[in-house]
Design a protein around this ligand. Structure first.
Ligand code: NAD
Length: 266
């Protein structure tokens, strides 16, 4: 992909799953990579080790990788991280808001603290990182790219996961509003909307039976892989997507196509 080599990319929640796959893919494209994590140092170190291997295979690149422990739902921590990254790299060109959690509970029984926790991580986190990054780009009169890792549930309601669905619905408008507000500054903001993807966030991720059952609901008949999500992110941050902003690219095997309409009902 054009325009990624030599850039610096911050990926939140990159110690596992989709975030880890994005970190590896952007390293393959020649970016400096900042692996943000909150509570999984082993996962962050494993991502870092894999990236060192990628860089060693392309030694002329000279790219750097670092890990950074920050809770994205804490604005002070996020802001200090940016201060430090500015000192280290000068410019942080790409921000991937990937960190996310989900909590299952009937909506009328949801604990208020649990509801707020999901919104704090899934929605406030991207708001903090995006606005801090935008200030950084405006100060330097530099362009920048933000990708929010949303979900098919920014569109599809999700009973028993109210806070998750609300957070991803909010992320949709965060993406569009920031895209519109800062397009004139050369700042692009897009989302990806993964469908069911095999990662630790899902309890079925290591249960073959459950996965087979789940796959029956997906038009393409299978769940997605983190690498498939990362490939779309690489495209969206690259210069190949230079005229795309404010969009969500759903990567879902057809899950957002109203699968129950596949056959006539009568
Ligand atoms: P995951 O659990 O492997 O990844 C989530 C990451 O976020 C973890 O590394 C976790 O440590 C990190 N994180 C959690 N709270 C944090 C905090 N406060 N600060 C910093 N990091 C924090 O699961 P995943 O599936 O890779 O999830 C990544 C993103 O993809 C999430 O936003 C999720 O909503 C989205 N998504 C996943 C699926 C799926 O089926 N796996 C589908 C749609 C969307």
């Amino acid at each position: 992909m054009q325009g990624i080599t030599g850039k610096t990319a911050l990926i939140t929640g990159a110690s596992s799953g989709i975030g880890q796959a994005i970190a590896l893919r952007l390293a393959q494209e020649g970016a400096n990579v900042v692996i943000n994590y909150r509570s999984d140092p082993e996962g962050a170190e494993s991502t870092q080790a894999k990236i060192h291997e990628i860089y060693q295979a392309t030694p002329a690149n000279g790219a750097k990788v670092m890990t950074y422990m920050v809770d994205v739902s804490d604005y002070d921590q996020v802001s200090k991280m940016f201060d430090h990254l500015e000192e280290t790299f000068g410019l942080v060109d790409i921000v991937i808001n990937n960190a996310g959690v989900q909590i299952e509970s009937p909506s009328h029984e949801t604990d208020v603290g649990a509801f707020q926790k999901v919104l704090n991580i899934n929605l406030n986190g991207p708001y903090f990182c995006s606005t801090r990054a935008i200030r950084h780009w405006l100060d330097r009169q530099a362009p920048g790219v933000i990708i929010n890792v949303s979900s098919v549930h920014e569109l599809i309601p999700r009973p028993q996961y109210l806070s998750y669905a609300v957070s991803k619905g909010g992320l949709n408008n965060l993406t569009k509003t920031l895209a519109l507000e800062y397009a004139k500054h050369g700042i692009r903001v897009n989302s990806i909307g993964p469908g069911a993807t095999q990662t630790p966030i899902n309890t079925w991720h290591d249960e073959a039976d459950e996965m087979e059952e789940l796959a029956k609901h997906i038009p393409m008949g299978r769940v997605g892989t983190p690498a498939e999500m990362a490939a779309s992110v690489a495209f969206l941050v690259s210069d190949e997507a230079s005229y795309i902003t404010g969009q969500t690219l759903f990567i879902d095997g057809g899950l957002t196509l109203y699968p129950s309409f596949e056959s006539p009902w009568t």
